[in-house]
Design a binder for this molecule. Structure first.
Ligand SMILES: Nc1ncnc2c1ncn2[C@@H]1O[C@H](COP(=O)(O)OP(=O)(O)O)[C@@H](O)[C@H]1O
Ligand SMILES: C=C(OP(=O)(O)O)C(=O)O
Length: 594
């Protein structure tokens, strides 16, 4: 049984569905369909829910492979409205849920930096560890990276590390004691040394603060938790302001300060950031999240010296949204940093920008993280608010690659419950929206792009996972871009690629040494999928191999195949009237195209 589409660099597509392949696909399709129908007990009388005959599904797959079809759900060749809900598939998924597709970034801080804490978060579904360089020191961050390496080397998972630069941010200084303020109280922000909250005088780390502010401006503390109106600016660099809330505990210790609508006039990457960036190279982080990016120039500056490390732009300033398209063209991915974004821009504009940024990344096939305040109330409480749950669901529905926890896992009282809540909400949301849709329509016509597109269409039609072999990570990223219904298993012998995939939607990356022989490698990979419970005997998988150079000398540069996972003797070899029992793997050597 082998369905294979392959092409040498400039060759046209050839569809070669053999009889065995049709038989295998048909039997698997029948099993799928029957299982879904019996589990759901649903009335399938509407056209969209009509079970498709196995033959039609295979024909549909072949048609889809022949091109000209929009990315769609299992079997239907019509374009589906976005976020469609397929009730039968929902039931199917609920009974046999695949891996979560949306990744989770956790900020590591005092409550999660121990071996036990970090391992527990990792076991519970953390994909990427975020080091916030605004806090902690190099020694404490290095200790976290060491724990991540230990976790990965134990074979327990595949965590990536993201170093989030402090950036040219404006922050208040330390306080000797918490401040209690009442309405009408005046607060003075000053660059004069020694201000520690005494007499309501608070330090600021930015010398030009006074030049940027004007009387009447709103000064936001911690993204707007407190807002203060600037009443007076003195020539000794003081900014007195009136406190808005009736009575509040002033959360002013090392907090972000933003003047609404104005970006600070600081260098894009400060000396302190460069030191942190060098530290990132030394310890081998996988991503930089660059704070307060204003335009693309700073991205090129950073990428110049650090090519192996993915650069994500944090979109969090009025300047960055103005230059959004050029920034997204330059970066490897982005973060919707809603804390500062909602302080520099009117907060009601944040959802609009969130959608723009997520869609902008998805169009370019670049990963996007939605961050900040996702489960803020769980810093103190064991349960989320309904609004927080909806907020996560929206990010998942928009197709963000990842959602992020900040204070919830860094210093909150319920770091594990927060992660558990986020995981559950993400998965539930994914179950209710089987169909994501690719956003690019073969715009640049590259062969790899076309293969990714068709492989995803085929896998969706046949309801199979995708298996990809990758040396540089390009093909799994492309497959992820098209948001397949089922997981992408990326096999690689490059640990950097493996870790980087931790951020990409739907991708589970598995380290595996490739054999000189393609068939041995495929065999080994399918064996690993079975061992880890990702695939069962008799199931189909779509194998994709594509790149500028073939991995195996005798193989095509580009190939898509559908194969059946071999049955163990103990497994039920259910017979199939079109082709007999599913054959043992490997069934047939793939021949290179001449
Ligand atoms: N490495 C760290 N060491 C100490 N505290 C940390 C660390 N990382 C994060 N935190 C705490 O967690 C809070 C929330 O994290 P985050 O949202 O990343 O911070 P911020 O908004 O201050 O940039 C921080 O304000 C800080 O109190
Ligand atoms: C993620 C953000 O950045 P930081 O935690 O550095 O404030 C944000 O502003 O939302």
């Amino acid at each position: 049984m082998l369905c294979s589409i392959s092409a040498l660099q400039a060759k046209p597509l050839a569809v070669r569905p053999g009889r065995r392949q049709a038989a295998c696909s048909a039997s698997a399709a029948r099993r799928d369909g029957a299982a879904a129908a019996s589990q759901s007990g649903l009335d399938r009388s509407t056209p969209q829910q009509q079970p498709q005959s196995p033959k039609r599904r295979v024909e549909a797959a072949a048609l889809a492979l022949a091109g000209g079809v929009t990315l769609s759900n299992g079997g239907s060749l019509q374009a589906q409205p976005d976020m469609d809900i397929d009730t039968a598939a929902f039931q199917d998924y609920r009974d046999n849920p695949p891996a979560r597709k949306t990744k989770i970034v956790c900020t590591i801080g005092p409550t999660s930096c121990t071996r036990e804490g970090l391992f527990q978060l990792a076991d519970a579904g953390m994909s990427v560890v975020r080091l916030n360089m605004s806090h902690g020191d190099h020694a404490s961050h290095k200790a976290v990276v060491d724990l991540v390496r230990e976790y990965n080397s134990l074979g327990r998972g595949n965590l990536a590390v993201m170093l989030d630069t402090k950036g040219p941010e404006v922050r208040s200084g330390d306080l000797a004691a918490p401040l209690q303020l009442s309405a009408g109280d005046k607060v003075t922000f000053t660059i004069v040394e020694g201000a520690d909250g005494t007499d309501n005088r608070i330090g600021v780390n930015y010398d030009q603060f006074v030049d940027d502010a004007s009387v009447g401006d709103m000064l936001l503390v911690d993204g707007g938790i407190m807002s203060l109106q600037v009443e007076r600016i003195t020539d000794i660099a003081l900014v007195p302001a009136r406190c808005r809330p009736a009575r509040c505990a002033c959360r002013c210790r090392r907090r972000h300060l933003n003047i609404r609508g104005k970006s600070a006039n600081l260098p894009a990457i400060t000396d302190r950031d460069w030191a942190d960036i060098r530290f990132g190279i030394e310890v081998g982080v996988d991503f930089y999240a660059l704070s307060f990016v204003r335009d693309a120039a700073v991205i090129y500056e950073l990428k110049d010296g650090t090519s192996a490390i993915g650069v994500l732009a944090k979109i969090e300033s009025a300047d960055s949204v103005e230059h959004l398209e050029e920034i997204l063209d330059a970066v490897d991915g982005a973060m919707v940093a809603r804390g500062d974004l909602g302080a520099e821009l009117p907060v009601e504009e944040v959802p609009y920008w969130q959608s723009k940024i997520v869609q902008g990344c998805r169009r370019r096939g670049k990963p996007c993280i939605v961050a900040t305040n996702m489960l803020e109330s769980m810093i103190q409480n064991p349960t989320p608010t309904r609004a927080e749950v909806s907020d996560i669901a929206i990010a998942v529905r928009e197709g963000a690659d990842a959602v992020m926890l900040s204070g919830e896992t860094a210093y909150g009282r319920f770091p594990f419950k927060s992660l558990d809540t986020m995981t559950t909400v993400a998965r539930r949301t994914e179950l209710s929206m089987l169909k994501y849709h690719g956003t690019r329509r073969l715009a640049d016509q590259g062969l790899a792009e076309m293969f990714a597109y068709h492989a995803v269409t085929m896998a969706n039609t046949l309801k199979t996972s995708l298996v990809v072999f990758s040396r540089k990570g390009n093909m799994p990223a492309l497959l992820s871009h098209y948001r397949p219904d089922y997981p992408i298993y990326c096999f690689t012998e490059n640990e950097l690629v493996q870790r980087r995939m931790a951020l990409y939607h739907s991708v589970t990356a598995i380290y595996m040494r490739f054999s000189e022989q393609q068939e041995v490698t495929f065999d080994r990979a399918i064996g690993m999928l079975k061992e880890r419970g990702h695939a069962k005997g008799g199931q189909l998988v779509a194998i994709v191999q594509s790149g500028r150079q073939p991995i195996w000398r005798t193989a095509s540069t580009h190939a898509i195949q559908v194969r059946a996972v071999p049955q163990d003797p103990a497994e039920d070899l259910s017979s199939d009237d079109e082709g007999g029992p599913v054959a043992k793997f490997p069934i047939q050597q793939q021949q290179p195209e001449s």
